[in-house]
Design a protein around this ligand. Structure first.
Ligand SMILES: [Zn+2]
Ligand SMILES: [Zn+2]
Length: 234
């Protein structure tokens, strides 16, 4: 089994590929997913069931879903495609509804919309099970500030009941983030707030490293594109 960050920048996109010969898992599916695939076109593990686990509905985590589903249709993909997202979020369902409203009659593969609550477990092969953990997150708007909290989940992938890969998605530091990452063979941890003050909806560099040390190995991802540069855009 392999895992690899295809791309990860906060506010732009994040997608992580986890696969073996029986399945393909994407942890989040931001914009640019097709660019990431064609850059790996000779090795990308298609022709197997696909499981897309989305941590929350922000565009940088699910913005590539529509084009990915269309791409699979164009390829004539025939294996099941399951899209998992937090119960209570609206964005992923809006994308699926929009896609199915125009493509359903010519779809070559079964497409499932599965909503998860914290603590749910999904078995995707004889050895592999994925568990969801409640995270703590909210969006923000430059010059406006933080918005209301939204449903958000972290995911742990277990291989033969061993915690193999953990992924936080976007979250502030709290007890559940420790439980998610604890003793994982490898953890992908967001560090969006790397240069900022501690807050309840993103991790600072110190918090991300503190979490990472609970795992056997880790990598900080989803770091912020220099937001002062983004202010030039608007
Ligand atoms: Zn994000
Ligand atoms: Zn977010």
């Amino acid at each position: 089994m392999k895992h690899e960050v295809l791309y990860s920048v906060a506010g732009i996109a994040t997608q992580i590929l986890v696969s073996d010969e029986n399945f393909l898992v994407l942890l989040d599916i931001g914009d640019g997913i097709l660019r990431d695939i064609v850059e790996r076109v000779k090795t990308f593990p298609f022709r197997r069931p696909i499981h897309i686990f989305i941590t929350h509905g922000h565009y940088d985590h699910c913005g590539g879903l529509y084009s990915f589903l269309g791409f699979l249709r164009m390829l004539g993909h025939k294996h099941p495609v399951c899209v998992y997202s937090p119960e209570g979020g609206d964005e992923v369902q809006a994308i699926l509804k929009s896609f199915l409203s125009v493509q359903k009659s010519s779809l070559s593969y079964p497409l499932e919309d599965i909503r998860l609550s914290p603590g749910d477990k999904v078995k995707i092969s004889a050895q592999v099970e994925i568990e969801s953990y409640q995270m703590q997150h909210r969006g923000s708007i430059i010059r406006v500030g933080a918005l209301l909290p939204i449903p958000s989940l972290g995911y742990a992938i277990y291989y033969n009941k061993e915690k193999w890969v953990a992924y936080t998605g976007d979250t502030g530091y709290h007890r559940n983030t420790e439980l998610l990452v604890d003793n994982a063979s490898f953890a992908y941890i967001e560090a969006t707030n790397e240069k900022g003050e501690s807050n309840s909806y993103h991790l600072t560099l110190d918090e991300a490293h503190k979490l990472g040390r609970l795992a056997k190995n880790y990598r900080l991802i989803h770091k912020r594109y220099e937001s002062r540069l983004l202010e030039h855009l608007y």
